[in-house]
Write a protein that binds this ligand. Structure first.
Ligand code: GMT
Length: 374
């Protein structure tokens, strides 16, 4: 099949899922065209089946706000026509689904039929989507998509609750390439560089937005390090970074916290870590937690949104209420208290991650594409 993928090319989960999906489809022989405003961060391989089309938004002085959605629409029309695409798969409802709808109708006027699938990822529904100014467009674009998927049952329910959606939403969970994250290389040197005295290594990966409650990461770590020798790795960057630096000064933990910045290949860091922390306020799925689990690192998370569909309480880690840093800290200590418990949770995390292996999930997308292309 000749598939066009639209996504945000940044470090956000939706872009990562879209890119990994495209790479996997290309490895199965499909031709995959990424249509984005920048090369997606995870699009780091060469494949004869992968193509990249840049959506170039020019800086025209008349516009205070550049019309990205219109430029994207025109690009979609162009790529569908000249690359003879069979289907478009857009990730994140706004503005990708509405741009696909518009492109579909422009092409229809020229006698070309192009169906599009919309995948809802989370903040497009739970945060941005709830801003009532977006509601009419999101509702319309969801209802007019040829198929809609959500990355968790929880996100599907949120969508049905907040928007007047009259159509079927299929749940296709996010996935992981187990072979990639089950890192088998030597990590002793890396472990030693982070934890020279064999401290336990805790890790958090995100874009440090408010929704991730990164303050709570610091507070959970503070509970842990008061009981056992531990260090904390903070991977990523974002608006809360400054606040985090202040907080670790207040808590007097700066010497134990390492900010590693935006790392493309997190698998080695995850494999070298003992515990992953994800105390988010809202999380439709929690791909970062799944990546940790696939690297055999158990997860301490909140029980919000789709996290309980990913992290299995008492098996791959523990879940607590949002904001309950004491409970999350105590649960972390339960896992880290002795090596046999840690080993048990590491195995549990990996076993749970297997359920989301790409080999199990990819055929669900292929089946969906076939159904709507006809
Ligand atoms: O939350 C992020 O870091 C980014 C965001 C995105 O859309 O790029 O992530 C959302 O989509 C991911 C992939 O489906 C999910 O794993 C995340 O849970 C979801 N984030 C939220 O719901 C807050």
């Amino acid at each position: 099949m000749n598939i066009g993928i639209v996504c945000y090319p940044t470090f956000g989960g939706s872009g990562v899922v879209a890119t990994e999906l495209g790479k996997a489809l290309a490895s199965k022989g499909h031709k995959v065209h990424f249509i984005t405003y920048q090369q997606p961060v995870r699009l780091d391989i060469f494949s004869e089946n992968i193509f990249y089309h840049e959506v170039k938004v020019s800086d025209y002085p008349l516009f205070d706000y550049q019309p990205y959605e219109l430029v994207l629409t025109s690009k979609l029309v162009d790529v569908v026509k000249f690359e003879k695409l069979d289907i478009l798969h857009v990730h994140y409802a706004i503005p990708h689904a509405s741009a696909a709808y518009m492109a579909q109708h422009i092409l229809k006027s020229e006698g070309i039929n192009i169906p599009f699938v919309t995948t809802l990822h989370g903040t497009d529904i739970t945060l941005v989507g709830k801003d009532s100014s977006f509601a009419p467009v999101i509702t319309f674009a969801i209802n007019e998509s040829n198929a809609v998927t959500a990355v968790s049952e929880s996100l599907k329910q949120d969508t049905l609750e907040h928007f007047s959606v009259k159509r079927e939403i299929e749940v296709i969970p996010n996935f992981i390439c187990l072979d990639q994250f089950n890192y088998n290389g030597n990590i002793d040197g890396l472990k030693k560089s982070f934890a020279p005295n064999s401290e336990k290594i805790l890790v958090h990966v995100s874009n440090f937005r408010k929704v991730k409650r990164v303050d709570d990461v610091m507070k959970i770590f503070d509970v842990v390090r008061k009981k056992i020798p531990a260090v904390l790795l903070m991977v990523g960057d974002g608006p809360e970074r400054h606040r985090l630096e202040e907080l670790c000064r207040e808590l007097k933990t700066c010497h134990l916290v390492k900010f590693l910045g935006k790392v493309k290949d997190t698998e080695r860091i995850l494999a070298a870590s003992d515990l992953f922390l994800l105390p988010s306020e809202s999380e439709s799925f929690g791909l970062a937690a799944l990546e940790a689990m696939a690297a055999k690192t158990p997860v301490i998370s909140t029980n919000t949104g789709g996290l309980s569909e990913v992290n299995e309480n008492g098996i791959s880690g523990f879940l607590s209420n949002v904001g309950d840093v004491q409970s999350m800290g105590e649960n972390a200590l339960k896992i880290l208290s002795d090596n046999s418990t840690l080993e048990k949770f590491k195995k549990g995390a990996y076993q749970r991650a297997k359920k989301f292996d790409i080999h199990a999930i990819l055929p669900l997308y292929e089946k969906l594409y076939k159904r709507i292309v006809g």
